[in-house]
Design a binder for this molecule. Structure first.
Ligand SMILES: [Zn+2]
Length: 149
């Protein structure tokens, strides 16, 4: 959909620090992160809200969010947990009307940092952060290979 910032990111017409991309999904760093590594996972095809989203695609979206939540616990980021959130509809504070799943890394005792991040929403060395998350995804893939070998 023209005029949709996330569709422009999908089309490569707007900049984003991408973490992952396949035929159906793109994951990239939130430009106004609450915590370091705050990532958005979106379907490539435009769906304004969950009403418009194909359920199978929704399942794919969550499956990748699940992988990201595991990836941020691994490697340099060393998160202790993550919040996975979809704000569906204006009433739920959805601000970009193209479905997106937030994956917000969390650390033990980070309540104060989290509260500050919620207000400031300042980027944290995006290239290095993206590299750390990609390394976490690679480590996860290695672990899965080991368990299936
Ligand atoms: Zn869109």
């Amino acid at each position: 959909m023209s005029g949709c910032i996330f569709c422009r990111i999908v089309g490569g017409d707007a900049p984003a620090t991408k973490i992952f991309e396949d035929d159906l999904l793109v994951a990239f760093l939130d430009i106004r992160p609450i915590t370091r590594g705050h990532t958005l996972v979106i379907p490539k095809s435009h769906a304004a809200d969950l009403d418009e989203l194909d359920p199978a695609l929704g399942a794919r979206l969550f499956a990748f969010g699940h992988r990201l939540a595991k990836a941020v616990r691994r490697g340099e980021l060393g998160a202790d947990g993550a919040n996975l959130v979809i704000n569906d509809g204006r009433a739920a504070f959805q601000t970009v009307h193209h479905v997106h799943l937030h994956v917000v890394p969390r650390w033990k005792g980070d309540t104060l940092t989290f509260a500050k991040g919620f207000v400031l929403r300042r980027p944290h060395d995006p290239e290095r952060t993206a590299a750390a998350i990609r390394a976490g995804l690679d480590r996860l893939a290695d672990e899965e290979e080991e368990t299936t070998a």
